[in-house]
Design a binder for this molecule. Structure first.
Ligand SMILES: [Zn+2]
Length: 162
């Protein structure tokens, strides 16, 4: 078995953990577009990820600043899954992706989470041929889509839906 070492990732994790929670900061702000909040629901919001693993990378995040999954209320759990269900459908439609990764990193950062103190689900659209060595060798991820163009499409797709 081979291994790939990504030392830059450790620096990213270390800096993120000590900063102010960006999700709580975005919830408190009034400009949803500037903070890439696609839609605010009752207990959670849908974000377009500022540091995407791929074009259209979304985050579903509860308003409450909690990092322990068992502390989510029943209402939060149901709404998160409902939002994910809708977002998956929308992403396949507007991004034209062929696959998708959906997941959550839990714990103190051991599982790869960069902001473990505030739970967030990831939805990452996948496109045929999108896996390559560019980010590993250069520290650069190639995304050919415009972030705000995707944001506008997502806002349009979610509209007044609750
Ligand atoms: Zn927070």
């Amino acid at each position: 078995m081979g291994f790939l070492y990504l030392p830059w990732r450790k620096r990213y994790k270390r800096s993120s953990v000590t900063d102010v929670c960006p999700f709580c900061h975005a919830f408190a702000a009034s400009d949803d577009r500037a903070n890439l909040i696609v839609k605010r629901f009752c207990t959670c919001a849908l974000f377009l990820c500022l540091h995407p693993y791929n074009a259209g990378h979304l985050l579903v995040i509860p308003y409450r600043h909690i990092g322990v999954f068992a502390e989510l209320t029943e209402e939060e759990r149901y709404e998160m899954m409902d939002i994910m269900n809708k977002a998956i459908k929308v992403l396949f439609e507007i991004m034209g992706c062929q696959g998708m990764n959906a997941g959550i990193n839990l714990g103190d950062g051991t599982a790869g989470g960069s902001i473990p103190q505030h739970i967030h689900f990831h939805l990452v659209p996948r496109f045929k041929g999108d896996t390559n060595f560019l980010p590993i060798l250069t520290g650069t991820r190639l995304i050919t889509s415009d972030l705000m163009e995707i944001y506008d499409k997502l806002v349009g797709a979610f509209g007044d839906e609750r």
